[in-house]
Design a protein around this ligand. Structure first.
Ligand code: ATP
Ligand code: MG
Length: 353
């Protein structure tokens, strides 16, 4: 793999961002990382709804960062992607892709010929009659949605070499260094409108859920409670905290209340998802939660999630296992942006592994 390069591209709600990785004989280097903000409404709930500003942002990103190639791995996560744990008769890996549509058509909420399918085996087991079976995660994405995102990338002069679920990208960048005493770990990447949850054991995904919630809800709650616009609410939110602790008196109780209100539904859904995982996987309980994404930067978020789930919650560092090259930004800026690198870095890791 030495000498290989790959670029992961994340079209997020708040920005397009890309990371270029290079594999050397010794390590993996983050060679470039950049992002260009998107105007509100261009991407909604993980889908490109207004291509023109996204295309313009992608062009600007490639102009300013001078990536070594125009080939990218693209991430997707929205309500038109479903991930289910399924059990299939054992199929040799070489035949799996061709057999998949016939095996899973009854399991999907969409017609099988409108979906792009992928299967991630988790374990082999014996069925009731002793027959060989395979348990794993089935990913089904609306072909139309995937193609719309790919067309947008191509309109910017780039080529999509593969499309991957952003949850798996988060797993690659944050799930590689699990401590031995952790049986299963939940990775939670909180964006503006999309939150990816992936529970894994030693890097193998067990459970994936995509929530259409994120930091935007908190901003909207502040804007609504205080009767201010979202740009002002966003600034206030950055100084605020969920529990009123650590905001150094910069914001009033009304802001703290609005922030807590806005974050409640997300916290509840995260707890509900992890409860569901626990009840369906009693032998591999989650011992730790790792958060990433801009939405997890909200002061007090990790503590509140820890209280709600009664689990330790730590903040993940997607760049910890990489060597940082001359990324083209100062280290303070890179450090500030690092929570948002989990997806593009993980997409690029998937291309070279
Ligand atoms: N310092 C901060 N404090 C609180 N919230 C923050 C901070 N910085 C960013 N955010 C929030 O993080 C969210 C954006 O996170 P991120 O950049 O990971 O999302 P995205 O990838 O653009 O969107 P999505 O994944 O939902 O498509 C926004 O809601 C923003 O308000
Ligand atoms: Mg995101």
């Amino acid at each position: 793999m030495a000498g290989t390069r790959a670029i992961g591209l994340d079209i997020g709600t708040s920005a397009v961002r890309a990371a270029q990785l290079a594999y050397t004989k010794k390590d993996v280097v983050l060679e470039k990382f950049g992002q260009v903000p998107l105007p509100e409404g261009a991407v909604r709930d993980g889908e490109v709804v207004d291509p023109a500003p996204v295309v313009a942002a992608l062009r600007e990103l490639w102009r300013s960062e001078r990536f070594s190639s125009k080939k990218v791995v693209l991430g997707v996560a929205n309500h038109r992607v479903v991930v289910r744990e399924v059990e299939l008769p054992h199929i040799p890996p070489a035949d799996l892709q061709a057999a998949l549509p016939f095996q899973v058509q009854e399991m999907l909420p969409m017609p099988v010929d409108t979906a792009v399918l992928d299967f991630h085996p988790v374990e082999e087991f014996a069925g009731a009659a002793g027959q060989a079976m395979l348990r794993g995660l089935l990913v089904a994405a609306s072909r139309e949605m995937v193609l719309a995102n790919v067309r947008c990338v191509e309109a910017a002069g780039l080529t999509t070499t593969s499309v991957d679920l952003t949850s798996f990208a988060v797993l690659r960048s944050l799930g590689r260094r699990m401590d031995v005493d952790v049986r299963a770990e939940a990775l939670v990447d909180v964006g503006a409108q999309v939150t990816n949850i992936v529970v894994h054991a030693a890097g193998v995904p067990r459970f994936v859920r995509i929530l259409l919630r994120g930091g935007q809800e908190v901003t909207d709650a502040v804007a609504e409670h205080l009767g201010i616009d979202t740009a002002d609410a966003e600034v206030l939110k950055h100084s605020a905290s969920l529990d009123g602790v650590g905001d150094e008196g910069l914001v009033g109780d009304d802001v703290t209340r609005a922030v807590a209100d806005g974050a409640q539904a997300l916290i509840d859904e995260l707890r509900g998802s992890l409860d569901y995982y626990s009840s369906t996987h009693p032998s591999e309980p989650v011992d730790r939660v790792v958060v990433s994404g801009g939405g997890a930067l909200l002061h007090g978020f990790a503590d509140r999630l820890s209280q709600a789930t009664r689990l330790p919650v730590v903040t993940g560092d997607p760049l910890a296992a990489l060597r940082t090259g001359r990324v083209g930004m100062d280290l303070v800026t890179l450090d500030r942006l690092s929570p948002s690198t989990a997806v593009p870095v993980g997409l690029a890791l998937g291309a070279v592994r």
